[in-house]
Design a protein around this ligand. Structure first.
Ligand SMILES: Nc1nc2c(ncn2[C@@H]2O[C@H](COP(=O)(O)OP(=O)(O)O)[C@@H](O)[C@H]2O)c(=O)[nH]1
Ligand SMILES: [Mg+2]
Length: 324
């Protein structure tokens, strides 16, 4: 039996088991999360995103060292939806952070997509609840930025760092992908390569030209995104990066933005829970209904097509009054 009190005591074995249950979509997870939820809200959650190979894992490894110098307890969730079976990239992430493996105040897990109902975003949120309840001061979520429609890191993290590398036109891609608005800190990693300064300049230019709705975001929080250069491999610029993340969090706390962010995070979590639970419950109710059986019969007889049948049966759903 997985004991909630062991998770709350920070037991890493219990935490790892719970995260495994989350990955496996285990039915006991819901109840356990409910017990843990009153104990969360302490951690500072950082999202690190960027294309494969830009150096996210290497940079996180270096960040862990900096945060450990400040005696913070750190947890990392490396999310890799691209390799659910091979485990290749996941192994890579673990290897790059291995020097912290014996540090009892560092906890690193990889999560793969195994068809979680609410998508990987929901599973990652669930895992961050576990890590927060375990008492980690800082939780870092590593995620591949592009192409993950269901994965909105900004509703999972307080602070989002977007990594790019010099000379790849990533800045332009960022604008296209709309991630320019979501970043709090932009990191040009591999700045040992040529053209790092040009990339920094390009990013700064684009940030200064963010369009009015984005300016509104900037004004609401008052935070102007920072652009920093790093060489993750040898730690250059990583102390500044760690300090900038912490000062962003301080800034948020001072301006009550942590509360606003919590509201946004909870709304998003609530909506994803609703999506899962509603679907489960409605399907169950429908499949046990007389109408469902009748319409299924009609499909089989060929007197109605499946599309019209689906439309017909969902038109029966009218539980809430709509005030629109
Ligand atoms: N030259 C250079 N290579 C780096 C730097 N940071 C990471 N790398 C290398 O880039 C490759 C991908 O790194 P990784 O951390 O796995 O990237 P991820 O896929 O974004 O997590 C590895 O071979 C790293 O050693 C850097 O600052 N400079
Ligand atoms: Mg990685």
């Amino acid at each position: 039996m997985l004991e909630v009190k062991n998770i709350l005591a920070g037991n890493q074995r219990a935490g790892a088991r719970m995260i495994r249950l989350i990955e496996d979509n285990d039915p006991t997870v819901f109840g356990l999360l409910k017990e843990l939820y009153p104990h969360v809200g302490h951690a500072f959650i950082i999202g690190i995103t960027g294309s494969p190979g830009v150096g996210k894992s290497t940079l996180i490894d270096a960040l862990i060292s900096e945060f450990r110098k400040l005696d913070k307890k750190i947890a990392v969730i490396a999310v890799d939806p691209t390799s659910p079976f091979s485990g290749g990239a996941i192994l890579g992430d673990r290897l790059r952070m291995q020097r912290h493996a014996t540090d009892k105040r560092v906890f690193i897990r990889s999560m793969a997509s195994r068809g979680q109902k609410g998508g990987l975003s929901r599973a990652t949120k669930d895992a961050s609840i576990v890590l927060d309840a375990m008492g980690y001061d800082i939780i870092i979520i590593e995620t591949v930025g592009a192409g993950q429609a269901d994965f909105d890191i900004t509703t999972l993290a307080h602070s989002t760092g977007i990594i790019s590398i010099p000379g790849t036109g990533d800045g332009i891609q960022a604008v296209k992908a709309g991630i320019l608005e979501t970043g709090d800190i932009f990191i040009v990693n591999k700045s040992d390569k040529p053209d790092a300064d040009a990339s920094v300049y390009e990013l700064k230019m684009m940030i200064s030209m963010r369009k009015p709705p984005n300016l509104k975001i900037t004004r609401e929080t008052g935070w102007t995104p920072r652009v920093l250069k790093t060489i993750a491999q040898n730690g250059t610029g990583v102390k500044e990066l760690a300090d900038t993340f912490l000062s962003h969090f301080d800034f948020m706390k001072k301006n009550n933005f942590v509360d606003q962010k919590r509201n946004a995070m909870e709304t998003s979590y609530f909506n994803s829970l609703l999506q899962d639970l509603t679907l489960k419950k409605l399907l169950l109710l429908m499949k046990n209904s007389k109408e469902y059986k009748e319409v299924l019969q009609k499909i089989q007889e060929g007197s109605i097509d499946p599309l019209s049948a689906a439309e017909h049966i969902t038109s029966k759903i009218c539980i809430f009054e709509n005030n629109d």
